[in-house]
Design a protein around this ligand. Structure first.
Ligand code: FAD
Length: 439
């Protein structure tokens, strides 16, 4: 059952019309959240609940980055970071194979060499496992926080049907179960056996006969991503937060180690503190504060597919590395990780590569009639982990980015944690692995 009421579309005008001028409202300057994606919006929500005046500054429109066309999965079970054993070989081979699910564009390599070397160094079991445990610990309160958001009047569409990992071979499904093993210590009920044969196709009639085995991860959820963005925005506006669209942050004003203002459209807006949550652009924004944050874009693509039978729940087509989410009466198909620098260029060959690899998995899909082609930039640090915390040397500048494949999953946990730190609380141990100063 969709968890919360349906909402209409929001236009910039209505957001601005509902906004309250922070300068009229309070005696102190507001906290500025830079970026209207899920991370910025969730953090703004928790900052407001902690009693702060808040303004969200979004260059385009809320959700314009990677928070709209993504797959919408809430999946702490996918806590393993992208760099891992075998990924380096994959990345190197992709230099000559643009169909590869992890694709490094050769022409972009010189511009991101340092980042790529950092990524390569983390492609080992030890770092991957450490990252998995750190991320799973951060994600621990996720489902409870999503329920609280809904209970607190954030209207969004959420379902709780779990996720099914679909494999072409039983052996592949068994490997999946092994990979999920370390999550057991975080309270996950990892299935002991794959689901095979008729049982699988009874559970999920949308899969073709080619798919031989499945791993059902109960307890996972999904949202309609744009409903979450809109729901958060509406709630913020109702709570008196100003959500300014078309507001590109061009620079900062400083006094010693304090940020005193942000510059938007040539005008300085006085602030009490800032949060940099500008997704894949966060490194560029941090550079204007003289700080180095190695954030690159892990570009992903999605499109909408008409199917005769809508899957009962999201499907991970593991052999193709493609995710499928039922949204409305169509299937959103999402995949690929393209390292080609920070740009929103949509390369149709990458969409065609998803179509070629995934079409054998879904019964009767209209693969020649796909619509809503979309590209988004997952913000990625070289170690594949989020970057969350205070941005040294500043006393009142903070960052929350680098959530890679898990921004929707981790947004409430990140928002709550970083808002608590911005409110003067201690840095919780769960945030240690994500400190911005680690680079
Ligand atoms: C194909 C695909 C599928 C995905 N599927 C999932 C999934 O199923 N589950 C999951 O958990 N995650 C998923 N993700 C990842 C998730 O989408 C991201 O991690 C998340 O959206 C990042 O959110 P963000 O708020 O950090 O960045 P963004 O959503 O990119 O928001 C950043 C915002 O900052 C704004 N901005 C930039 N510069 C400035 C500036 N100078 N001034 C003001 N504003 C600025 C931008 O306009 C943008 O709106 C997927 C991603 C992709 C690409």
């Amino acid at each position: 059952v969709w968890g919360a009421k349906a909402i209409g579309s929001i236009v910039a005008g209505s957001i601005l019309a509902g906004a309250v001028d922070a300068s009229i409202r309070g005696v102190s300057a507001p906290y500025a959240v830079i970026g209207g994606g899920v991370i910025g919006l969730c953090t703004a929500h928790y900052l407001r609940r902690a009693g702060h005046d808040v303004v969200v500054l979004e260059r385009a429109t809320v959700g314009a980055g990677s928070s709209s066309g993504n797959a919408g999965w809430i999946v702490p079970s996918l806590s393993a970071p992208v760099p891992g054993p075998g990924q380096l070989g994959f990345a190197l081979r992709s230099l000559i194979n643009p169909d590869s699910p992890l694709y490094v564009r050769a022409a972009s390599v010189p511009g991101m060499l340092g980042w790529l070397l950092g990524f390569a160094r983390r492609c080992n079991r030890r770092d991957n496992l450490a990252g998995l445990h750190a991320t799973a610990a951060l994600a621990a309160p996720t489902m409870q926080l999503y329920d609280e958001l809904a209970a607190n009047g954030v209207a969004f569409e959420m379902r709780t049907d779990g996720i099914l990992f679909a494999h072409l071979t039983v052996e592949g499904a068994r490997e999946e179960i092994n990979a999920l093993g370390p999550l057991a210590e975080h309270g996950y009920c990892v299935p002991a056996q794959p689901i095979v044969g008729a049982d699988l196709h009874t559970l999920e009639p949308a899969l073709t006969e080619q798919v031989r085995a499945g791993v059902m991860v109960e307890g996972e959820r999904h949202v309609a991503p744009m409903s979450l963005v809109r729901g958060l925005t509406e709630r913020l506006v109702a709570d008196g937060v100003e959500v300014r669209e078309g507001a590109s942050v061009e620079g900062f004003e400083r006094a010693g180690e304090r940020v005193t203002g942000v510059v938007v459209d040539g005008c300085a807006l006085p602030v009490s503190g800032v949060l940099l949550a500008a997704g894949a652009w966060t490194g560029q924004v941090a550079a204007r504060l003289g700080c180095r944050l190695p954030v690159q874009a892990g570009k992903g693509y999605s499109f909408s597919l008409a199917v005769p039978t809508l899957p009962c729940r999201p499907l991970y087509l593991a052999d193709a590395r493609v995710g499928c989410t039922p949204i409305g009466n169509r299937l959103r198909v999402a995949g690929t990780m393209e390292l080609s620098g920070i740009n929103t260029r949509l390369d149709d060959r990458r969409i065609e590569a998803i179509v070629r690899t995934a079409r054998g998995f879904i019964e009767g899909g209209d693969w020649d009639g796909i619509t809503e082609r979309w590209v988004g930039m997952r913000p990625m640090a070289p170690d594949g982990l989020p970057i969350i915390g205070r941005l040294e040397p500043y006393a009142n500048a903070y960052v929350a980015t680098g959530h890679a494949m898990l921004g929707v999953t981790l947004a409430p946990a990140t928002g709550r944690a970083v808002a608590a730190v911005m409110s003067g609380g201690p840095n919780p141990p769960a945030l240690q692995p994500f400190r911005p100063g680690r680079f």
